[in-house]
Design a protein. Structure first.
Lengths: 134, 509
């Protein structure tokens, strides 16, 4: 699951992510980080589900971090998309593929919101959704 | 090719069958299946027409426009549509809008290809034109809006479309490249290719036996014609091209799409479908060619040479490329297309439908396409300065474990700004500039390897100064080590060296 972690000024300097990793043993992957003295915002991928995931989220929340699940990262404008494939091989995580009917398919779970595909699209059909820019 | 093969049917006979409604028409994909199950001989007997399709970026496209005369009239010498310049070296109100022309206000975001799409969609377009004024054309300026319906003519005339096949692209360099072949990741990170392969019109009539001047085609959703071989037609290497024309007013923006290639430019995606009359078995055989029988070379765009000089990394087929991965140096590399196979299939289907419904008849070419001819490069006869002539050969270098102070001393004593860092084996591993050293001293760093830039921009001695200067500007640097093929430093070139020579006068270079 991918979540956005929002750190308030009071907790921005605490090693909360490290605490979650050491307590849960989960290999949490940072996809994006925007941190300054006032505020911190991380987008991370937590490779887990069920209890373990809930435990991780609970630790974040106890420490004063706001946790939001990210459901959608990339928007494909199907009117503009021609399924040409220009976005496919530049994608570092193979989140974009052609289906058996040669239509562009997108796997949300694989996307790390890096934005490479957005530039690669000749038709401006791809946009990263608000707040998920890499 | 000279060997006569028995004619099975003529175009005239096919057209009579279309009229009667009993012509057998297959798409190229269906033809492949039939030839596989029944053999080419039987397929040739059964099938009258095979339809093809392709939908890809075709930069050599554009539209002839006639705007009509205003009152008072103007002899337009400069003209823009939505701020995209229109070629005005024609009569007063004739112009040619090229697909690759960039908007003067929006850059890579919008261009000729987009204007063409917007015209076909019926959108309003800003027209602006200037002139010097004459006795017969007194007006010197005009600004208005137009739609495609206001134009007397809008004729798509594309000097080069529909490549028979096209080399694929990869990138050996350590930097991401943005090219007309799309985004190429560093270190052979991906492969991009273009062309519809087994659906591609010129692949399906490999010997140009049925496609020629006068061939009626599907063009941009309307009807068009082949008006000759395209520019850069290179039949002897299997890179034939077509020049086509069609009435833009009857086209459909689904099959004509403006496109932008990031940091490269704008273009037009054009949909073309050509019917192949199965006049003999040889044509049937090429119409049944499969992706795995069409060879494509993967070339290295990391080497900034002209297209046919870029090193061939591997020979593969369209089937390999379309599988989504190819192997380079034993490593799996993702591959993807730039042209839409989905749209190519759709076009072959639409054309098939038109023929079956008796809306589209085939034509016999007035003249065949040339089967001979090769591509010539542009020979640059004026001598251009190269790195070899301007580089300094005595290069002061340092070792990675050298102390910062020592390196700083070297720069001061020699009066230089760039210090390439060389490993034991003589290979370039980094670079340090006077700015890096100043910062290192301020930050109390000690060893060069801690502070050096490891991803070094380099030049080769046979590169032109023009190319090298562009690279330095692009990356905002003032000097580059010159390296040989083994990454050993053989010289250094700086903006200082270049500007000194330029001050001396271009004629001396």
């Amino acid at each position: 699951m991918r979540v956005r972690l929002i750190y308030s000024p009071d907790v921005v300097e605490k090693p909360i992510l490290a605490e979650v990793i050491s307590k849960t043993g989960l290999l949490i992957n940072i996809l994006e980080a925007k941190v300054n003295a006032q505020k911190g915002e991380l987008v991370v991928s937590i490779p887990s589900s069920g209890e373990k995931l809930e435990e991780a989220i609970a630790i974040f929340r106890r420490a004063g971090v706001k946790v939001e699940e990210i459901k959608e990262t990339l928007k494909i404008d199907r009117e503009k998309c021609t399924s040409c494939g220009a976005c496919i091989s530049p994608c570092p995580t193979q989140a974009l593929q052609l289906g058996s009917d040669w239509t562009l398919k997108y796997e949300e779970e694989k996307c790390v919101a890096c934005g490479t595909c957005v530039n690669a699209c000749p038709f401006g059909a791809l946009t990263l959704l608000e707040g998920s820019e890499g | 090719m000279n060997k006569e093969v028995r004619r099975i049917r003529s175009v005239k006979e096919i057209n009579e069958k279309i009229k009667r409604g009993d012509a057998v028409v297959l798409t190229a994909e269906e033809m492949i299946k039939l030839a596989e199950s029944s053999g080419v001989k039987a397929a040739a007997k059964e099938v009258d027409v095979v339809t093809t399709g392709t939908f890809g970026a075709m930069c050599s496209s554009g539209v002839f426009l006639n705007f009509g005369h205003s009152d008072p009239p103007i002899k337009m010498t400069k003209c823009w549509l939505n701020d995209v310049p229109v070629y005005k070296g024609l009569a007063a109100v004739d112009g040619y809008l090229g697909a690759a022309a960039l908007s003067e206000t929006r850059g890579f975001e919008y261009g000729g290809g987009h204007v063409i799409e917007d015209l076909v969609s019926g959108k309003e377009i800003e027209l602006r034109a200037e002139s010097y004024g004459t006795d017969c054309y007194p007006r010197r300026h005009v600004e208005t809006t137009i739609t495609i319906d206001d134009l007397n003519q809008a004729v798509l005339v594309n000097p080069r479309n529909c490549y028979q096949r096209y080399d694929a692209a990869t990138n050996s360099s350590d930097r991401i490249l943005y090219t007309y072949m799309g985004t190429l990741l560093p270190n052979y990170g991906n492969v991009t290719f273009t062309g519809a392969g087994q659906l591609n019109p010129l692949c399906k009539d490999w010997n140009y036996e049925t496609i020629g001047i006068g061939t009626r085609i599907f063009l941009g959703g309307g009807v068009g014609y082949v008006i000759g071989e395209g520019t850069q037609h290179n039949p002897q290497s299997g890179f034939g091209t077509l020049m086509v024309r069609g009435d833009l007013k009857r086209m459909n923006s689904r099959y004509l799409r403006g496109a932008s290639f990031y940091k490269y430019g704008v273009t037009l995606y054009v949909g073309i479908g050509i019917p192949i009359p199965i006049i003999n078995e040889r044509v049937a055989k090429t119409a049944a060619l499969r992706d795995d029988q069409i060879i494509v070379e993967i070339r290295d765009y990391g080497v900034p040479s002209r297209p046919d000089r870029r090193p061939v990394i591997k020979r593969v087929t369209y089937a390999d490329l379309r599988s989504g991965k190819v192997y380079i140096n034993g490593r799996e590399v993702p591959s993807s297309s730039l042209s839409s196979y989905k749209m190519a299939r759709e076009i072959a289907e639409v054309l098939k439908k038109w023929i079956l419904e008796g809306l589209f008849f085939l034509t016999e070419p007035v003249e065949p396409l040339p089967r001979k001819g090769r591509l010539k490069p542009l020979r640059v006869r004026r001598k251009e300065p190269t790195v070899r002539e301007l580089m300094r050969r005595e290069v002061v270098t340092a070792k990675p474990d050298e102390k910062v102070e020592e390196a700083a001393r070297k720069l001061i004593v020699k009066g230089i700004d760039h210090l390439p860092v060389i490993a034991e084996d003589g290979k370039l591993v980094g670079i340090v500039t006077s700015w890096d050293l100043a910062r290192a001293i301020a930050e109390r760093r000690r060893i060069l390897s801690e502070i050096m830039t490891r991803r070094v921009f380099t030049a080769r001695e046979d590169e032109t100064i023009d190319v090298v200067a562009w690279r330095m500007t692009q990356h905002n640097i003032s000097g580059m080590p010159v390296v040989d093929e083994e990454k050993k430093v053989i010289g250094i070139i700086t903006t200082n060296d270049i500007s000194k020579r330029l001050v001396g006068g271009r004629s001396r270079l």
